[in-house]
Ligand binder design. Structure first.
Ligand code: AMP
Length: 550
């Protein structure tokens, strides 16, 4: 027998409407690209979102259209999340750190109709314009006074709002309507689109909201997302914050330790979210000032493994660290490290050991581990295998990419993460390795295979392999290992960089080159990265070398 309760669609528009009514005290602070600090609240945001939605329709945007953003964290970017999705269009956030080639690829693959850009990226777009979709319109996210001279034939964000009605009843969309699109380069090959629905986004906010780490933040949460709005919806914060009534402090483009320290101090930030590289930078500023920003007491670290030394350094200055794991394909939060209050009194070492794991699964996310033999492994803390996940916030397939979808999903409908993990019987997840051949530098992906393929195309290279080596600031950096065709005429790193710059961004280039006589091979004739990593275990990144090498 079916129950007799209403079925109302879970829609993103409901989050902002709720916040405007119930969390009218909460504020949204943004350090703007223009340089100043801007303040608003959910009520004003609701009005401007209505205005932008009317403007979008006047520009011809209809249900299912993709509207792209290329922008830092700030109130205008957050307004677009709602203005675009609330009318049934799809907010496609683009990562500005992608190479030009990838940016061109994804704007075409997504068939974006409009691109909203911060002032910062106007010069890049001017350069690429001829290769971007010919009929795409551009809107610069600023006011008339700051509009630059540009060849883009661009509209001005604030001008679009002018004179539009500030109230709107949102359409009753089907909750499965696509709301947002984010491309990930976290797998090999071209970037792949993850297409979130209204339902998955609202459920993710609800599921994150009930998880322990939101409680950890306290009732007076004032959250600074360094995690970008252009990457996995800033870990869902634009939806979660209005739902829980949290203040937001958007840092704009200034993400160095000192700028963040100052903004946190002056704005009374209590919780900050971002990748380990950023929090390493903030540690430097804390050392310089001799203290943490006064109100800061909570931090979410994820996107890459947080080193235990870093977690301890923050805990020692009074910041509770929550080490979280997730993926673009998971909306993204999969697990997190809020510890149960019952072990508050446990020894420091014991608590830090738990916090160094990837934590326990969020409600609504299921885990399974699959061994090399394809068999499901026990959750005993010992057995390792690829981690598979299932849940309402997890992708069921990539946007317009059947081949990548078939590769990622198993016969039972679970999604393969490409992470190699073990799980304890009390649920703590420990990541050990990556099955995907990728390097994560400062929270952003570099494909080893892409770099290898380019290097291998050089006439002086017989074989090439790329592995990740640890780096104190960037977590990992790529190291290029080359078998030269002739020892008398080895390719230099600079020669290979010249070749790579055609299709890779500068930060994706390997920092160093090691020449070897041969590469270790697996039984199936592939380069054994595992053995190569072992063989180069003593290798030290140039940034860490001391003594006569400087
Ligand atoms: P992305 O989709 O770019 O957010 O990347 C997701 C991937 O980043 C995961 O599959 C992991 O390989 C890695 N990752 C994310 N969080 C962590 C973490 N806490 N520890 C280790 N690796 C992580």
């Amino acid at each position: 027998m079916k129950g007799l309760m209403m079925h109302r669609p879970l829609l993103i528009s409901g989050l902002l409407d709720y916040a405007a009514e119930v969390h009218d005290h909460a504020t949204i602070v943004s350090r703007r690209v223009e340089g100043d600090i801007h303040r608003t609240d959910y009520r004003q945001m609701q009005a401007r979102v209505a205005q932008m939605s009317f403007a979008l329709e006047q520009l011809g945007i209809v249900l299912g259209d993709r509207v792209a953003t290329l922008a830092w964290n700030g109130y205008r970017h957050m307004e677009l999340y709602f203005a675009i999705s609330n009318i049934g269009a799809i907010c496609h956030t683009i990562n500005p750190r992608l190479s030009a080639e990838q940016l061109i690829y994804i704007t075409h693959h997504a068939a974006d109709r409009i691109l909203f850009t911060d002032l910062t990226f106007v010069p890049v777009l001017e350069k690429l314009r001829d290769q971007l979709p010919a009929d795409m319109r551009y809107v610069i996210m600023t006011d008339a006074a700051h509009m630059p001279e540009t060849t883009l034939d661009a509209l001005c964000y604030e001008d679009l709002l002018d004179g539009q009605p500030t109230k709107r009843d949102w359409p009753d969309l089907d909750e499965e309507t696509a709301a947002a699109l984010c491309y990930t380069s976290g797998t090999t090959g071209e970037p792949k689109g993850v297409l979130y629905t209204h339902r998955s986004s609202v459920l993710h906010a609800l599921q994150t909201g009930v998880s322990g780490f939101v409680a950890d933040m306290g009732r007076d949460a004032r959250i600074l997302p360094v995690v970008p709005l252009f990457h996995v919806n800033a870990w869902g914060l634009p939806y979660l914050a209005p739902m829980m009534g949290a203040d937001l402090v958007h840092p704009g483009p200034a993400l160095d330790g000192e700028s963040l320290w100052t903004l946190m101090e002056t704005e009374g930030v209590t919780s900050a979210w971002g990748v380990p590289t950023i929090w390493q930078g903030l540690l430097g500023a804390i050392e310089k000032h001799g203290r943490k920003p006064a109100a800061l007491r909570h931090m979410v670290v994820g996107g890459s493994a947080a080193p235990r030394s870093m977690i301890e350094a923050y805990e020692k200055v009074g910041v509770t660290v929550n080490h979280a794991w997730g993926m673009t394909e998971m909306s993204p939060i999969g697990s997190h490290g809020a510890l149960p209050w019952q072990i508050d009194g446990a020894p420091f070492d014991e608590r830090m050991a738990l916090k160094s794991t990837q934590g326990r699964r969020a409600f609504g996310v299921e885990f399974k581990i699959v061994g090399d033999d394809g068999q499901r492994q026990p959750h005993d803390g010992k057995a390792k295998g690829e981690l598979y996940v299932r849940g309402n916030n997890i992708t069921s397939g990539y946007y317009n990419n059947e081949a990548a979808t078939a590769k990622a999903m198993d016969a039972e409908g679970w999604f393969g993460t490409g992470d190699v993990a073990s799980i304890r019987d009390d649920g703590y997840l420990q990541l050990h390795d990556r099955a995907k051949d990728l390097i994560k530098s400062g929270g952003e992906w570099i494909s080893s295979i892409d770099v290898e393929n380019i290097a291998a195309a050089h006439p002086k290279v017989a074989q090439a392999a790329v592995i990740a080596v640890p780096h104190p600031k960037w977590d990992e950096r790529p190291l290029l290992v080359v078998v030269p065709k002739s020892d008398d005429d080895r390719p230099t790193l600079d020669e290979l960089h010249q070749l790579m710059l055609h299709s890779l961004a500068r930060w994706q280039l390997p920092d160093d080159i090691v020449y070897v006589a041969q590469l270790p091979m697996t039984a199936t004739g592939k380069i054994s990265k595992l053995t190569l990593r072992d063989q180069l275990g003593e290798y030290v990144h140039p940034d860490l070398r001391t003594g006569e090498n400087g």
